[in-house]
Design a protein around this ligand. Structure first.
Ligand code: CA
Length: 237
C-alpha cells in the first residue's frame, strides 16, 4: 500500500483547520494540525510532512516569517508550502511567493481547489524516475546519466533543455501548451513568461541538430509536440 502523504496544517482557526483536515483525510492524506508557529516548529522537528498548508495571519510569528525560515533551513527547504490567507491582492501574493511559498490560495477557497493545488505541488516535487531511459524514434534520453543521443551520437544539452526534452519525450505525440510546459518543466518559478518556453525550445532544437530538432513541432496556436514522425528534411537542390 502506498504511504499517505502527510500534510501539516498551520492554522489558528480550529473550524478552518478541522474542515481542511476532514477533507484531506477523506482524500487519502494524513493531516496534522498546528495552531501556532511554536507548535508548527515542534511538528516539523518531529516529522517532515510532504506538504505544508500555512496560514498567513497567525498569533506570534506570521506565516510569511515561518515560510522564510523553513526555506532557509536545509532540512525543510524542499517541502512544498501553500500559503492560506484572506489576503488576495497582487502585492501580498508576490510577498508570499518571494518568501518561498510554492503556491497561494486565498480564503475563502473551495476544498476541491485546495486538494487540486496540493496534488499539483506534490506532482511538481515528485522526483523524476531514476534510471529510466526514454526512447522516441532514434532519440534516446537517460535520466540517470543525463545523456541524450540521436542515432547513437551524444548531444550536449543545458539543464533546462534536458528537463524540457525529458518532459516532451515522456509525453510524446501530445501537444503541450506553453503554460503547461511552464508548470511541468519550470514548476515553481511561476513568474516566468511564456516567451521563455519559446527561447528554450529554440535552444533545444539547436542542441538536437537539424534532423532531431525537427522532431519538436510547433503546433500553431496550441504549443509544442515531440513526435517520432519526423518530417523529411527539405531537399537541397
Ligand atoms: Ca489566521
Amino acid at each position: 500500500m502506498r504511504r499517505q502523504p502527510g500534510v501539516l496544517i498551520v492554522e489558528d482557526e480550529p473550524a478552518i483547520a478541522e474542515l481542511i483536515a476532514v477533507n484531506l483525510r477523506h482524500n487519502g492524506f494524513h493531516p496534522t494540525w498546528a495552531m501556532d508557529s511554536a507548535s508548527a516548529q515542534r511538528e516539523l522537528d518531529a516529522v517532515l510532512p510532504d506538504v505544508i498548508l500555512l496560514d498567513w495571519m497567525l498569533p506570534g510569528e506570521s506565516g510569511l516569517t515561518l515560510a522564510r525560515r523553513w526555506r532557509a533551513n536545509p532540512r525543510t527547504k524542499a517541502i512544498p508550502i501553500i500559503m492560506l490567507t484572506a489576503r488576495g491582492d497582487e502585492a501580498d501574493r508576490v510577498a508570499g511567493l518571494d518568501a518561498g511559498a510554492d503556491d497561494y490560495i486565498a480564503k475563502p477557497f473551495s476544498t476541491k481547489e485546495l486538494l487540486a493545488r496540493i496534488r499539483a505541488v506534490l506532482r511538481r516535487r515528485a522526483p523524476e524516475q531514476v534510471g529510466a531511459v526514454v526512447v522516441v524514434g532514434e532519440l534516446s534520453l537517460d535520466s540517470a546519466t543525463y545523456r541524450v543521443s540521436f542515432k547513437s551520437q551524444m548531444l550536449k544539452l543545458g539543464p533546462t533543455e534536458f528537463k524540457l526534452l525529458q518532459h516532451l519525450m515522456t509525453h510524446a505525440e501530445r501537444v503541450h501548451s506553453r503554460p503547461q510546459l511552464l508548470d511541468k518543466v519550470w514548476g515553481d518559478h511561476v513568474f516566468i513568461e511564456e516567451r521563455t518556453v519559446d527561447v528554450h525550445v529554440k535552444r533545444l532544437r539547436e542542441a538536437l541538430g537539424a534532423e532531431a530538432g525537427q522532431m519538436i513541432e510547433t503546433v500553431r496556436g496550441a504549443g509544442y509536440r515531440l513526435t517520432s514522425q519526423c518530417a523529411a528534411l527539405p531537399a537541397v537542390h
